[in-house]
Write a protein that binds this ligand. Structure first.
Ligand code: ARG
Ligand code: GLU
Length: 664
């Protein structure tokens, strides 16, 4: 008995004492404001989010449907990460104008570069529509009304697995032009080696400007458009930061799964992550080798590679972190304690058991879908590349790479697909050709054909059989509109389970999982104990860049100008004294709860001024999508002072400072 009590207390404690865990809905931030103010925030809830007056939310936007960006001038100038602008920068680049390698700086507004297919969305308002829906209004009606005849975009998102429904109304701008980006050797400094790691020295930022029509309304690109004037933009603080200082992050976190039960965590750590990591390792080896041989291939595969590598590395940190924290076990104990409480409550009594049952039913189905996305459904295998599109120069290299990808990914799919779930045509063909490799060779040879690909019937037959199989699998899950490992039944059960948790564990600070809607996270600047005897300080400096500098390695080969400035400590007005020496601060750590989508988010001080731009998490904190450990979880931000230094001394674009506001 005593043991049970102590485990129970431990479980409760472990899940309630997370000071800075949480991603809060801005319209409900008044429930957190006392805590925020106690930790150093000096503004009000209305300053963060208001529909009656200008508030900080008017300066924050969803960038390219997957990142965050913020306004830093009265003339529509925004800052986000380099890796968030990466697709756009790649599309604007060629071997002649290689902005990925050389960077780009518009020296006047006329020189800014328009982008097709790039938009930003500002949240106009959000509303809890749970009651309206319960009263009989349909989601379609609510959305239609909110769009005001096409002026806005709107969607309804579930919170707490449908215990609450929120309407989000956005204004979307499509004329977004590139203003400046440092070269990759600054913006992606350290590449995938340094990605998800600390100490970090990546100058991960790029800048764009939003244009609107003469009435300040969204408009398609036109040379007549004018810079967008928002009700708010961030003031920039160059005063520096100290360990313990309050920080707040305002942005669009994409997806977390904080309330899933132990079985799901077990699946992620022991089945899903390992498979995805193994397959991507092979894919990356092939792509990296092809890129290393040819600069045109390096550019063509830059964004693809970065996105494959990013999740690949994140899963490794995640699996490691969850193992270290023993999350499967602590979740199990938490569930058992819940079940004891629920034993005499018919509404909740069986919910954990039912969840486990449903997981057991869908694990293979879900695993198959994940495996397919990682193998036979990757775009390298489903798109056919024509010589006429790629040109004589690229075609042979792309084909050589694709051939290897076909062989490798067909094999992975064949070996790992759970019994009874394989695409029937695929299974039959492997049988006929004798091995997945032989079948891959055959299918690959079809992609070499010069005629219209639509004629390549065999390829299309396979694609269509893949589609049918996916359709059937999704049908078995009951829906395809759910994020992550889920099913229609699971979602229903979680509605009940999370409702029950909130009744039972009343002290715990519940927040809805991230779902790419606007959130506030807050915490403080600070380092952490990385390992026995190893403490990671909260900031890095310019000298650390020089220490990593290596002209032999693409990702570490800094511009000569930067090399000289740091070697001579020629920092001019950007030099500050830290711990007794003059330097330029580069990145810093804080314990805000963030995830993918928070890239580019403003990092604000207690006065709501911009002190940094969020761009990553540390190695052992990637698990915070599932379990947040305050001892380890740190977000990584770019210090705004390094941004200003790069704009001025590398970009020679200090004219941009004229439109910014600096805090006194
Ligand atoms: N890890 C960061 C994020 O999740 C930065 C990614 C940049 N991409 C890269 N492959 N280095 O997006
Ligand atoms: N780099 C991530 C992004 O693109 C943010 C880092 C994270 O996942 O915390 O959103």
């Amino acid at each position: 008995m005593k043991r049970i009590i102590s485990t129970l207390c431990f479980a409760l404690l472990a899940l309630t004492s997370f000071a800075d865990e949480g991603m809060w809905l801005p319209s409900l931030i008044s429930s957190r404001i006392d805590d925020m103010r106690a930790k150093g925030f000096q503004l009000t809830a209305e300053d963060i989010y208001s529909i009656n007056q200008a508030s900080l939310k008017d300066a924050v936007m969803l960038f390219d449907d997957g990142c965050t960006a913020e306004l830093i001038s009265r003339d529509g100038l925004l800052i986000t990460n380099h890796h968030c602008g990466y697709d756009a920068i790649q599309r604007l680049s060629s071997v002649e104008h290689d902005y990925l390698t050389d960077g780009f700086w518009a020296m006047s507004r006329e020189e800014e570069l328009p982008n097709e297919n790039l938009n930003v969305k500002f949240l106009k308002r959000m509303e809890d529509v749970t009651e309206r829906l319960a009263a009989g209004e349909t989601p379609e009606q609510i959305i239609e009304e909110a769009c005001e005849n096409g002026r806005y975009k709107a969607s309804i998102e579930q919170m707490y697995y449908g215990n609450q429904q929120f309407l989000f109304v956005y204004e979307q701008f499509d004329d977004v032009r590139l203003v400046g980006t440092p070269p990759s050797s600054i913006g992606k400094f350290g590449g995938d080696t340094d990605n998800w790691a600390w100490p970090r020295h990546t100058g991960d930022f790029s800048m764009f400007r939003i244009y609107a029509d003469k009435d300040n309304r969204p408009a398609a690109y036109s040379p007549d458009n004018v810079p967008y004037r928002s009700a708010a933009h961030f003031k920039i603080s160059t005063k520096g930061i100290q360990e313990g200082d309050f920080t707040m992050i305002y942005g669009f976190p994409g997806s977390t799964q904080e309330y899933i039960i132990s079985d799901a965590v077990d699946y992620i750590v022991h089945r899903s992550d390992p498979m995805k990591i193994r397959v991507r390792t092979k894919r990356l080896d092939l792509i990296n080798a092809a890129q290393a041989k040819d600069p045109a291939m390096r550019i063509r595969y830059a964004a693809v590679n970065a996105s494959i590598a990013n999740a690949w590395k994140k899963w490794q940190g995640e699996a490691l972190g969850l193992e270290r924290l023993n999350t499967v076990q602590s979740k199990r104990e938490y569930e058992e304690a819940f079940e004891r409480w629920a034993a005499d409550k018919p509404e909740y009594r069986d919910v954990v058991k039912e969840l486990k049952k449903e997981y057991a039913r869908i694990f293979d189905i879900y695993f198959t879908l994940e495996l397919m996305s990682e193998t036979i459904r990757t775009s390298q295998l489903t798109n056919v590349y024509l010589r006429s599109e790629l040109g004589d120069e690229l075609f042979p290299q792309v084909q050589a790479l694709n051939r290897e990808l076909f062989r490798t990914l067909y094999r992975e799919y064949y070996d790992n697909c759970p019994e009874g779930y394989m695409v029937p045509l695929f299974a039959a063909k492997v049988e006929r050709f004798g091995s997945p490799e032989a079948y891959a060779e055959h299918m690959f040879s079809l992609t070499n054909r010069e005629d219209d690909v639509k004629e390549v019937e065999e390829l299309n037959a396979l694609l269509s059989d893949i589609k049918t199989t996916v359709g059937k699998l999704v049908e078995q899950l009951g829906t395809n509109s759910l994020r992550n490992l889920n099913s229609a039944r699971l979602n229903e059960l979680y509605t009940t389970y999370v409702k029950g948790l909130r009744e039972w564990d009343a002290e715990r600070a519940f927040y809805p999982d991230a779902n790419l809607t606007l959130r506030v996270a807050y915490g403080k600047v600070g380092g952490y104990h990385y390992a026995d005897a190893v403490y990671h300080k909260y900031y890095t400096t310019a000298e650390g860049i020089l220490a990593k500098d290596n002209p032999e390695i693409y990702d570490y080969n800094i511009p000569q100008r930067l090399r000289e400035i740091i070697a001579e400590k020629d920092y001019g007005r950007w030099g500050v004294e830290i711990d007794g020496r003059i330097t330029v601060p580069v990145c810093f750590l804080a314990d805000n709860h963030t995830t993918g989508g928070n890239s580019g988010s403003p990092v604000l001080n207690g006065r709501g001024e911009l002190i940094g731009v969020n761009f990553d998490r540390t190695w052992l904190s990637t698990m915070s999508d599932i379990a947040f450990d305050p001892a380890f979880c740190r977000n990584i931000a770019l210090d705004i002072r390094y941004v200003l230094f790069v704009i001025d001394r590398i970009g020679n674009a200090s004219y941009l400072f004229d439109e910014m506001d600096f805090a006194e």
